[in-house]
Structures are given as C-alpha cells and as structure tokens.
Design a binder for this molecule. Structure first.
Ligand code: DC
Length: 229
C-alpha cells in the first residue's frame, strides 16, 4: 500500500447497471481514457461460479459455495492485445467466464450474503491511485458508497438481448434471440429482487439510458460528468 494516500482519497467512478447495458465496454474505455484502474466485479462472481463448477460444488449448498469463495484465487492480467484476462486458481478462465452458464451461476451465488461480504474487501483493494472505475451492480450503493462519481446505465431488455446476440454470433455461439431475452429478463428479476445488495441505482447516481446510443457517445457522456482535466 502506498503510504502517501488513504484509500478513500483515491477517486472512484462507479458504473452500475443490468447485464447488457454496455457497462463492461464503457467502463473499460472510460478507465483507459482516464488512465485509472478498472474493476470488473461481475468477473469475481463469475470466477466463483466457474471454480464451483470445476469442484462440483452444488450451488444450492450455500456453505459449500462460501467455502469455495474463500478457497478460490482470482487474478487479472492485461493481455498484449489490451484484453483483460481472468485467472481462476492460476488458470486462464476468461472464455469460460463469458458463457451464459457462468453468468447464470454467478447470478445464483451472488444472492448468498456471505459470498458478497467475502468479496467486499477484495473489491475495495482495487481502489489505488490515480483512480478506479468500478463496474457492477452494487458499486455505488454498497462497495464504494462514498464514490464521487456514480453512473447507472440502462437499456431496454430487447436492445440488451440484441447486443448479446450479436456478440455471441460473432464468437460462433449458437443461441436464439428469444431465448436470450428470456434469460436477460429472468436475470434482471433475480438481481433486482434478491435480499442483499439488489440491483438499484444509488440515490446520487446519474442515469444514462444507452438504448440507441453508440459506445463513443456513452463514453463521452460519462466523461462529461467528471471535472475537466
Ligand atoms: O456483470 P456480469 O454479467 O458479469 O455479472 C454476473 C452476475 O454477477 C450478475 O448476474 C449479478 C452478479 N453481480 C453482482 O451481484 N454484483 C456485482 N457487483 C457484479 C455482478
């Protein structure tokens, strides 16, 4: 830890929102433009989901999932092409993390309060100078409530399903648009209705509806919220 600063003096921009709202792409670009660190908190939940799968842990057995959370080492590495790679217990699991199966497992285990609290400090440790862009569901409400800048991104469920559909088709993954829309609506409902840290905008978050907007336009709108640099 750098002794010349306290963690709370490091600026944080939180970007929360439902899956498919463009959070990941927008957050990474904004972090690049600012030269700040980037936290993909969803990747942590997905990593636990993947590790639980590898270890044959029953997701309905919350104490086993909690044990798995404490036992799993998660690392991030920048690939030469600028991509962020995620290591689960030292193994590059980036591609597996992005699957619908990993997303569904992440959403299920994210409803376990002990898992959320076990991951709290791991997430806060990303707050390092010169600043942090934190992407997730509860960044502005629970993990960094004191963040100076908070954004809540939304987009219609139909548009989010279409974006995901295009991404998966490009990767050669065969899915149906109707199936994706159903999954997105189910995940939204689960994330919004869970008892701990449900998906909702922080009171002081600026909402941006990205339906019909291009990536650059959203990035510019987010950057415009920060003081001129
Ligand atoms: O952002 P994502 O799709 O990678 O997130 C995967 C799941 O993890 C999502 O369904 C909800 C959960 N999640 C969470 O509960 N809190 C976060 N801060 C990030 C993700």
């Amino acid at each position: 830890m750098n002794s010349t600063h306290t963690s709370s003096s490091v600026p944080v921009l939180t970007i929360d929102g439902p899956s498919g709202s463009g959070k990941g792409t927008i957050s990474r670009r904004v972090a690049d433009r600012l030269g700040w660190h980037y936290l993909d908190s969803g990747a942590l939940y997905r990593a636990i989901g993947v590790a639980a799968g590898w270890a044959d842990v029953d997701l309905a057995d919350s104490s086993a999932v909690v044990r798995c959370t404490f036992d799993t080492e998660i690392g991030f590495r920048d690939a030469p092409n600028g991509e962020l790679r995620v290591l689960v217990d030292g193994i590059d699991a980036t591609d597996e993390l992005r699957t619908e199966t990993a997303g569904a497992a992440a959403s299920a285990i994210a409803a376990i309060p002990e898992v959320r609290s076990a991951l709290k400090e791991r997430q806060r440790a990303f707050r390092q100078p010169p600043g942090l862009v934190a992407d997730g569901r509860d960044m502005g409400t629970v993990i960094f409530p004191d963040a100076a800048h908070k954004v809540f991104l939304t987009a219609s469920a139909e548009e989010r399903a279409e974006r995901r559909y295009k991404q998966l088709m490009e990767k050669g993954v065969s899915v149906t648009l109707a199936g994706l829309l159903r999954e997105i609506l189910a995940r939204d409902a689960r994330d919004a209705q869970r008892a701990v840290a449900p998906l909702r905008p922080a009171e002081d978050a600026v909402r941006i509806d990205t339906t019909g907007l291009g990536i650059d336009e959203v990035v510019d709108r987010v950057l415009a919220l920060l003081p001129a640099r």
